[in-house]
Design a protein around this ligand. Structure first.
Ligand SMILES: Cc1cc2nc3c(=O)[nH]c(=O)nc-3n(C[C@H](O)[C@H](O)[C@H](O)COP(=O)(O)OP(=O)(O)OC[C@H]3O[C@@H](n4cnc5c(N)ncnc54)[C@H](O)[C@@H]3O)c2cc1C
Length: 371
């Protein structure tokens, strides 16, 4: 008789829910421990943009594979998950940025994703609300948008996992200890607690990276794709300084969701008005009509960042029963399904092309060893 694998997943965000789902589909008996609301962490704070990004070959493989997995999942999702095609246009401000578009297009196509070059007139035709004088862009029609808290709740429910409302405070070789003293026995523990993972595994090289989002009132200028400036990667990742980038998502309600900002090590949830003003000025620079619009709601969330902007997915080097699935920074909605597939490949030996890339915690060996 074969015994059933008992798995405990710490964290009921998008990543934990996707991991619970994949473990259950491989026959594990899964318990999810969540100290707050399912999908209520970074998952609820994000834009839900399902986007292929090519910052590195590993990131391109992970995001492209994840988009395929979202496409497979889409017919099962409830309507309230608001999964819909949006497509992305990466907007080039000047000729220098436009020159960088051809290799980007080639990379996307190699990864199996459609991508079309846009010259200035084509960009203006597709998105007339953008200001004059932009150089063009790259359209990626297969990118999507999802309302992630609902998708997370759906996957968790589909997994049949037992949900325990409580805080995991310690891990040992035989399971997870909760704040109230209860001990959950487990053969496998998956730490998917977003930035909360640091409390359980302080040796992980994770930093919180705060972001602001704003949603406008309903009479926003008409935008047809998720629009992101091509300078996004530069401004998002280049340094430790506070940064903003143009990133706008049209909502079916006639509103616009406007991002995005990045700030390291700002644990409070309060608004930074100076940074917000910078973020909105950036958005207005691309969409001049935004100047007349009122904000309906503004909020912040905490991304969980690693030094190389790739998530950590894999076994903990010192703890035999512990796997880590965190550090997804600004891409955890997109990459949750690829993460889960990679986790299954590592736990059950199932195939995944993602295994060819290094997502393990040991790539940060010096930090882990000296933490
Ligand atoms: C402003 C902003 C915009 C974003 N936009 C996008 C986007 O457009 N596309 C995209 O792909 N990604 C986006 N992201 C990133 C994305 O939201 C995150 O990468 C993703 O939600 C991470 O999911 P997670 O499950 O790892 O973490 P979380 O959603 O934070 O979930 C972790 C859960 O674990 C629980 N937890 C933690 N510790 C414990 C413990 N000890 N015991 C019990 N429970 C615990 C927490 O309560 C939480 O619910 C954005 C993020 C921000 C902040």
């Amino acid at each position: 008789m074969t015994s059933v694998l008992r798995a405990v997943v710490v964290g009921g965000g998008m990543v934990g829910a996707a991991c619970a789902d994949v473990l259950a589909r491989h026959g594990a008996r899964v318990t999810v421990v969540e100290s707050g609301a399912v999908g209520g962490g970074a998952t609820a704070a994000g834009m839900g943009h399902l986007v292929v990004m090519d910052d590195s070959p590993a990131q391109l493989a992970l995001t492209a594979r994840s988009l395929e997995l979202w496409e497979d999942l889409a017919p099962s999702l409830p309507a309230s998950a608001e999964y819909r095609p949006s497509g992305t246009i990466w907007v080039a401000s000047d000729d220098e940025e436009l020159e960088a578009v051809a290799p980007k297009q080639a990379a996307y196509r190699e990864a199996g994703r459609e991508a079309d070059l846009l010259d200035a007139p084509a960009l203006a035709r597709l998105e007339p609300a953008l200001r004059d004088g932009l150089a063009g862009g790259l359209r990626v029609p297969g990118d999507r948008v999802v309302y992630a808290p609902v998708a997370a709740a759906f996957l968790l429910e589909r997994s049949g996992a037992a949900l325990i409302r409580g805080k995991a405070v310690a891990l040992d070789d035989s399971g997870v200890r909760l704040a109230g003293g209860q001990h959950l026995s487990a053969d496998l523990i998956v730490v998917a607690g977003g930035i909360g993972s640091l409390e359980l595994l302080p040796e992980l090289p994770l930093r919180q990276r705060k972001g602001h989002l704003l949603i406008t009132e309903r009479r926003a200028p008409s935008v047809h794709h998720q629009l992101v400036e091509l300078g996004y990667l530069k401004s998002a990742h280049a340094s430790d300084d506070d940064s903003v980038a143009f990133n706008v998502q049209p909502r079916p309600t006639g509103q616009l969701l406007i991002g995005s900002s990045r700030q390291f090590d700002q644990p409070d949830s309060g608004l930074d008005w100076a940074l917000l003003r910078r973020m909105l000025a950036r958005a207005r620079d691309f969409l001049p009509e935004l100047g007349d619009l009122a904000a309906l709601r503004i909020w912040t969330g905490q991304r969980c960042a690693t030094p190389d902007h790739l998530p950590i997915v894999g076994p903990h080097p010192q703890r035999t029963t512990v796997f880590v699935a965190t550090g997804h920074e600004g891409l955890g909605i997109t990459t949750a399904l690829g993460t889960a597939e990679l986790l299954a490949a590592q736990v059950f030996g199932t195939p995944s092309a993602l295994s060819a890339f290094d997502f393990g915690v040991e790539r940060f060996r010096p930090e882990v060893a000296h933490a």
